[in-house]
Ligand binder design. Structure first.
Ligand code: PEP
Ligand code: MN
Length: 359
C-alpha cells in the first residue's frame, strides 16, 4: 500500500474539490454562459467540458471536436477557471495541450483499453499536467490502477481517480451501478491518489444526484465532478442527468461536509471503514432485489397473458439448486440461502399476484 495522501494540485484548494461543466461543449455561448453562471455560484473549482465524446452508438452527437478548444480556453482566460477536457488518444492530447488545457481526464471507455491508455501516456511523456482517470466501465480495480500506473511510469506526477460507476445489464435504478465497495477498495490500495466521485454518470438522472454526492462525501472522497448545462433538458448529450449551474450551487451548499476530516481520520478505525462498506453493500442488495422484483413483475404479466400459474415448482427447484451451489462457493450455509430465497420467492409471488389481480 502506498503512503498516505499528500495535498496535491488537485486537492490543495479545499475539500471537496468541485469540477463542473457541461457533458459536451456545444457552442461558444453555451460554454461561456455555463462557466460564468458556475463562477457566480462560488462553489466550483475546475471547469469541465467534453470536446470529443465517446458514444455507445453511432449517430449520437460525438462532440464538436477541436473547434471547441478555443471556447474552453476562453473560459480559462476570461472566467478564471482551470479547465479540463477528456482525451482518448494521442492526437487529443496534443490538441488539448496546444490550447493550454490545465488538466486532462481519461474516460471510462478508454480506461478499459490498455493500448489506448498507453498511447495517451506516451503522448504525455515529459509533460507536467495533472491527469484524472475514470474507472473502467467494468468493475475491475486492477485495470483502473493499471491505467494510473501507466501514466505514473510516463512521468505524470499528479494523477487523480474518478469513480463514475460500472455498467450492469438490467440495472434500473442507476445508469451505472456505484458499487461503492470497489471505490473503497481503490482508496484502500491507493490512498495517495485523490478520489473524485462523478454522481452524474452514476445516476443518469437528476433526482438522486444529491444523495449519491452526499454518500461520496460521507465516504471521504476528495471531490465531485458534476455535469451542468444552462438548458439541461435540451443538452445534446446526457440531458437527463445535467443540472443548471444554480441547482449545482444549491446542491453543494446543502451537502453536509466534514471539512477537517484529516484531523478526525486517526480516530476512524478499521471498524468504521468496514461498517461503511457493509452499509453500502446493503444498499446494493436492496437495489438488486428491486431490479429482481421488476423482472418478476414482467414475468407475472407474461404468465397472466398466457394463462400460466404463478407458482411453477420445477422452475423453483432449479433456482434453489443453483443457489445452493453458488452459496457453497461463497462460504454461505445452505440453510441461510434457502431461507433467504424462500423470502424472495414469497415476495415475487406477492408481486405477481398483484399483477394478476390488477389487470
Ligand atoms: C463524461 O464525463 O461526459 C463521460 C463521457 O463520462 P464516462 O467516461 O464516465 O462515461
Ligand atoms: Mn456525460
Amino acid at each position: 500500500m502506498s503512503a498516505k495522501k499528500e495535498k496535491t494540485w488537485l486537492t490543495r484548494t479545499k475539500r471537496p474539490i468541485v469540477i463542473a461543466g457541461p457533458c459536451s461543449a456545444e457552442s461558444e455561448n453555451q460554454v461561456m454562459e455555463t462557466a460564468k453562471r458556475l463562477k457566480t455560484t462560488g462553489k466550483v473549482d475546475i471547469y469541465r467540458a467534453g470536446i470529443w465524446k465517446p458514444r455507445t452508438r453511432p449517430n449520437s452527437f460525438e462532440g464538436v471536436g477541436v473547434v471547441g478548444l478555443p471556447w474552453v480556453k476562453r473560459v480559462k482566460e476570461e472566467v478564471g477557471f482551470p479547465v479540463t477536457v477528456e482525451v482518448a488518444k494521442a492526437s487529443h492530447v496534443e490538441q488539448a495541450l496546444s490550447f493550454g488545457i490545465d488538466i486532462l481526464w481519461i474516460g471510462a471507455r478508454t480506461t478499459v483499453n490498455p493500448f489506448a491508455v498507453q498511447e495517451i501516456a506516451d503522448a504525455l511523456r515529459g509533460v507536467d499536467i495533472p491527469v484524472l482517470v475514470k474507472n473502467p466501465i467494468n468493475p475491475d480495480v486492477a485495470l483502473w490502477i493499471g491505467g494510473i500506473e501507466r501514466l505514473e511510469k510516463a512521468g505524470i506526477k499528479e494523477v487523480g481517480a474518478i469513480h463514475r460507476g460500472f455498467s450492469n445489464h438490467g440495472e434500473k435504478y442507476y445508469r451505472n451501478r456505484p458499487q461503492w465497495h470497489i471505490a473503497l477498495e481503490f482508496k484502500n490500495k491507493r490512498p495517495d491518489i485523490p478520489l473524485i466521485n462523478d454522481p452524474s454518470h452514476i445516476c443518469g438522472r437528476r433526482d438522486i444526484l444529491q444523495d449519491v454526492g452526499q454518500k461520496a462525501m460521507d465516504l471521504d472522497f476528495d471531490g465531485l465532478m458534476i455535469e451542468s448545462h444552462i438548458d439541461p433538458d435540451n443538452a445534446w448529450s446526457d440531458a437527463k442527468q445535467q443540472i443548471t449551474p444554480e441547482t449545482l450551487g444549491q446542491m453543494i451548499t446543502e451537502m453536509a461536509l466534514r471539512q477537517d476530516f484529516e484531523d478526525v481520520l486517526p480516530m476512524q478505525g478499521e471498524l468504521d471503514y468496514l461498517r461503511s462498506e457493509i452499509n453500502h453493500l446493503d444498499d446494493e442488495l436492496i437495489n438488486i432485489l428491486g431490479n429482481r422484483m421488476a423482472v418478476a413483475r414482467k414475468i407475472g404479466s407474461y404468465k397472466k397473458d398466457n394463462n400460466m400459474t404463478i407458482y411453477q415448482p420445477k422452475r423453483w427447484k432449479n433456482i434453489m439448486d443453483k443457489g445452493s451451489k453458488l452459496a457453497e462457493t461463497n462460504q454461505l450455509s445452505d440453510d441461510f440461502i434457502k431461507a433467504l430465497f424462500e423470502a424472495i420467492h414469497i415476495e415475487s409471488i406477492n408481486q405477481q399476484e398483484k399483477i394478476f389481480k390488477n389487470k
